[in-house]
Design a protein around this ligand. Structure first.
Ligand SMILES: Cc1cc2nc3c(=O)[nH]c(=O)nc-3n(C[C@H](O)[C@H](O)[C@H](O)COP(=O)(O)OP(=O)(O)OC[C@H]3O[C@@H](n4cnc5c(N)ncnc54)[C@H](O)[C@@H]3O)c2cc1C
Length: 456
């Protein structure tokens, strides 16, 4: 049997995608370096402090159906620690907070009449059964939802939810977006009991990231934090020269970029114009997300969806899932996210302004809310969170195997039949590594050694 060629790889971006790919490549006997611009690895899953509490900057839960993530957790010996909790969902509509956690509550939900409820339930059921997502990519999400749910339900429920999640970009978004969202949530409900079970690893993603780092170190993966890639250049001898700034330059045989598409176009000047254009044209949604450590919870709901016109997309209560005594010092942890297009000025707003607006909104929404219960408040933001699934999105994606030999553009923008989450990210990474990156590498390695032999 021919031995696998050993080659030097750089994985750019140390979020869950980059770290998983580094782990997989090292397992294939490769010499791997993974770098990240930030001082810590983890990207969107990285953690921070709220007083003494360390938890994710952005909220994360795992679903029972997240098989790829669970396999990775098993691989790093954390899967058996996952804690599963039954969750409740709230709905804030017309100035009232409703529980929407089971069929009876749904049937009692006052904002919709019986016909509207049946159409809403029917739309969700229909979406959960659809297999041909590609067809949905050609239909605007608003058109599809109005068709199946009717005007009343669309105006009262779907439109406010779409606006909350996508702003006015919902007009460019395809029906594949809502299909992916519904399919994921549908899978989360255990078939028999029809209740939502969400899971977390004690210690949150900080613990997962720490374990991944340990495993990568055991695999001799070189981890370079605070290393932002400024440019990548193709050299004549097939190598790729990577400039990390401050005069630090290194060469690699292969580079896998897991960073946002527009940034890939910025750093790789050797790409062909049509590749750069596709990468640059990928539109992203960003997020501002305020974390509140509170003396007590606001509600029993993990997610409270909101149809009223308020500044946040939803209210997320992590302490409805996570053990407060063990993980949060006996306190409650809330997240107030607002998703915004990547170029929205709201992403640049000061923390103070955002926090003041969110706090005064909570005062209006929840009579029991008091600022005196807030122990700590911090606001995180990210410009590139989710590539927007616009009409015909998958047909306009830039290729993973680029025109520059050894340069691979493999980021979460390639999730075409799901929505952004860690499970999809890992599944995508594995699928593209196995199906595109590795075969291309082997082909090139064969070609390169043949070329070397012919010279000798
Ligand atoms: C508010 C919010 C809630 C979420 N909730 C959930 C949830 O409940 N469950 C779930 O499974 N998922 C959830 N997710 C999604 C999850 O966080 C992502 O799917 C996952 O973290 C994506 O990983 P990634 O590696 O693709 O990208 P990222 O985490 O974005 O990693 C990209 C990395 O590239 C680095 N980088 C960028 N430019 C450069 C450069 N030039 N040089 C070097 N490095 C660079 C960045 O610093 C970053 O670390 C949530 C995300 C958000 C924002």
């Amino acid at each position: 049997m021919t031995p696998t060629p050993k080659s030097r790889w750089l994985v750019v971006g140390g979020g869950m995608m980059g770290l998983t790919l580094a782990h997989r490549l090292a397992a294939r006997g490769q010499q791997v370096t993974v770098c990240d611009a930030a001082p810590r690895f983890g990207g969107l899953t990285s953690a921070w402090n709220l007083n003494d509490v360390v938890w994710d900057r952005f909220y994360h839960v795992t679903l029972m159906s997240d098989t790829h993530l669970r396999e990775l957790l098993a691989d790093i010996d954390l899967e058996r620690e996952l804690r599963w909790v039954e969750t409740k969902t709230g709905f804030y509509s017309g100035g009232q907070l409703y529980s929407m956690s089971n069929t009876m509550e749904f049937l009692r939900f006052p904002p919709l009449n019986l016909i509207e409820k049946l159409r809403l339930g029917g739309t969700i059921f229909l979406a959960s059964k659809i297999k041909n997502w590609k067809r949905l990519e050609q239909i605007p999400v608003a058109t599809w939802l109005q068709r199946w749910s009717g005007k009343g339900t669309f105006q009262k429920i779907w439109l406010p939810l779409l606006r909350a999640k996508l702003g006015e970009t919902y007009k460019q978004t395809s029906a594949a977006f809502i299909w992916a969202h519904i399919s994921r949530m549908y899978k989360a409900r255990r078939s028999g009991m029809k209740v939502e079970m969400f899971g977390y690893v004690p210690g949150g993603y900080a613990r997962i990231l720490e374990r991944i780092s340990e495993v990568l170190q055991q695999q001799d993966v070189r981890m370079l934090a605070s290393h932002s890639v400024r440019s990548i250049r193709k050299l004549e001898d097939q190598q790729l020269e990577v400039d990390f700034g401050s005069g630090r330059v290194e060469t690699f045989d292969n580079v896998v970029l897991t960073i946002p598409s527009p940034v890939i176009a910025e750093v790789c000047a050797d790409l062909r114009p049509h590749e750069s254009q596709r990468l640059t044209n990928t539109q992203y949604m960003g997020v501002v997300c305020t974390s509140l450590l509170m003396k007590k919870p606001l509600s029993p709901y993990y997610v409270t969806n909101i149809t009223d016109d308020v500044p946040m997309t939803a209210v997320i209560e992590m302490s409805a899932i996570v053990d407060s005594e063990q993980e949060l010092g006996g306190n409650a942890l809330l997240y107030l996210p607002k998703y915004l297009p990547q170029d929205d000025p709201g992403l640049q707003e000061s923390d103070e302004d955002i926090e003041e607006r969110f706090l005064s909104t909570l005062e209006r929404m929840y009579p029991q809310f008091s600022r005196e219960d807030v122990l700590a408040i911090r606001t995180a933001r990210a410009k590139y969170v989710m590539a927007l699934p616009t009409l015909g999105y998958s047909d306009r994606l830039a290729p993973v195997v680029t025109s520059v030999p050894g340069l691979y553009a493999l980021n979460a923008a390639h999730i075409v039949k799901g929505n952004l989450n860690v499970n999809e990210t890992i599944e995508l990474g594995d699928e593209k590594l196995e199906g595109e990156v590795w075969p291309d590498f082997l082909k090139r390695a064969g070609a390169v050694s043949a070329a070397v032999l012919s010279v000798v």
